[in-house]
Design a protein around this ligand. Structure first.
Ligand SMILES: [Zn+2]
Length: 172
């Protein structure tokens, strides 16, 4: 026989009892951070990283205001994206691990020369970025399609900004 649950109709403790205060503390602790706060923080974090770690490249050309933040969604941390033109994007988020805590994860997203997908290039240093840019310069910012790797489909199209919707997908 299942045990019966007895949930009181009314709060059985006073509003100023220790338990009432504990419940308030817990409610505040588990409440989700407001989306606007998460968005702003994501934008600020990304802008700071770019200024600090990419002073000769991204720090020169990416205006802090161009970062658009997105709140955390389920297992994804809050993120920010910045369009670079030509269909290229920067994507910044935090990588959380038990060993290292939170660390910045900056990715350059480039359209593939095959026209069907994007390639995500994780940037560890400004030197890596410069190497990557040099590599895709002859193709005007397109990453070369590698048919041995299905990686150009692994990155979804970056979110459209300004309410614009992206054209039809041409997966085929
Ligand atoms: Zn491709």
């Amino acid at each position: 026989m299942d045990p019966e649950l007895h949930v009181p109709d009314q709060r059985p403790y006073d509003a100023d009892s220790p338990l009432a205060h504990l419940m308030e503390i817990v409610a505040a602790a588990v409440d989700e951070v407001p989306e606007e706060v998460e968005r702003d923080a994501a934008e600020t974090t990304a802008a700071h990283l770019v200024f600090d770690a990419y002073p000769y490249t991204l720090g020169q050309v990416v205006d802090p205001d161009t970062w658009q933040g997105y709140p955390a969604v389920r297992r994804f941390e809050a993120a920010a994206v910045a369009p670079l033109g030509g269909g290229l994007w920067l994507h910044h988020t935090l990588r959380i691990s038990e060993a290292d805590g939170a660390s910045a994860l900056l990715t350059l997203i480039t359209p593939c020369t095959c026209g069907r997908g994007y390639t995500g290039i994780v940037l560890d240093t400004e030197e890596v970025l410069i190497e990557m840019l040099a590599e895709i310069r002859p193709t005007y910012g397109r990453s070369l399609h590698d048919s041995s790797l299905p990686d150009c489909h692994s990155v979804q199209a970056p979110p459209a900004l300004g309410g614009g919707t992206r054209g039809g997908r041409s997966i085929g």
